[in-house]
Design a protein around this ligand. Sequence first.
Ligand code: ADP
Length: 400
Amino acid sequence: MNILVINCGSSSLKYQLIDMKEETVLAKGLVERIGIEGSRIKHDTTGKERVTIEEPMKDHKRALELVLNAILDKNYGAISSLDEIAAIGHRILHGGEDFVQPALITNEVIEAIRKNIVLAPLHNPAGLMGIEACRDLMPDTPMVVVFDTAFHQTMPAENYIYPIPYEYYEKYKIRRYGFHGTSHKYVSLRAAEILNKDIKNLNIVTCHLGNGSSIAAVKGGKCIDTSMGLTPLEGLPMGTRSGDIDPAIIPFIMDKEGITTSAEINDFLNKKSGVLGISGISSDFRDLEDAAEAGNERAKLALNIFCNGVRKYVAAYAAQMGSIDVLVFTAGIGENSSYVRERSCKGLECLGLIIDHELNDVRGKEAILSKNIVGPTIMVIPTNEELMIARDTLDIVNNR
Ligand code: ADP
């Protein structure tokens, strides 16, 4: 049974066609510049050479049409009929409080996604465009929506209510939602699987460290806290996002710099802060590690601030869960940077988390980084959000 996974941005569309029998990727690709001059698809069918399709794509529907053509193409395609696609899984950023798990797409579900546009004004409309395009082109294929926020909906109120007037929660649903839920779910399940333990008995801290970074406390398979909040701006310092700061800094800077609009504030907090803001060099950790090695003090400072942030959240979440059995690193930085992993774990020996220097010399593959036989295990697990979406989709479709 094949599942097509779709992840739409405002001008992009990522896709993967996965054969669920062996959980293998049959084809995948990326459409860029939808609705802009220079639209193109980079399409890869497993075992065949990559093709780049350059053709105008005025909207997501046209993009999807060309993606389906590519998947069906006699020379570089992966299947011969659309009937071979059993279901479609869509990634949507924000499910608000309406979705605690993935859902079969119906008119009511689409309405609820629309309702949550206010919480994700850039992302949810793009996701809806993908859903509409699929509905037009493959009206009889069942579709499932998987939310980035859903995995975190098990958090208790004490971890999602902000200490501001309660009426803002009631009026506007301002609360912690958390993001990267599909990734936190995938790596926590995979950790239990690798360790051959029942996830119900494990306290896991998952660190998704990429361009955007978040950490989650997963107790018995359920998320009880996570570092991102109402938006993906809260928590760790990130590539260009500030993460946690004293909120009083905002009115202070507004006064000093004569800033008057929320758009300008959003811009500096989302695009000019984080490790880019501190270092003045780059948001990419490879550049920062190179610069730090060459003696650049601000690059070192940016890395130290990031690793301090990781350490603080891991320790706080271990305390919230009462203990820690597994610490998982994933995503671009978590999977690749032995530097960040080692420095983030410095001091966590007090919780029994002892990273081994040699074992930590690993990149982009599943590995155990701790040697101790008793006590918690430190792991690298490459994330696979597409596979998690495909599994969730299959699950929902099979249990309709
Ligand atoms: P996104 O949030 O866009 O999905 P990724 O999870 O792909 O991000 O992470 C991208 C980031 O991973 C890059 O910006 C870079 O900082 C970091 N990264 C990738 N490879 C390495 C590496 N070898 N060493 C250190 N950092 C890396």
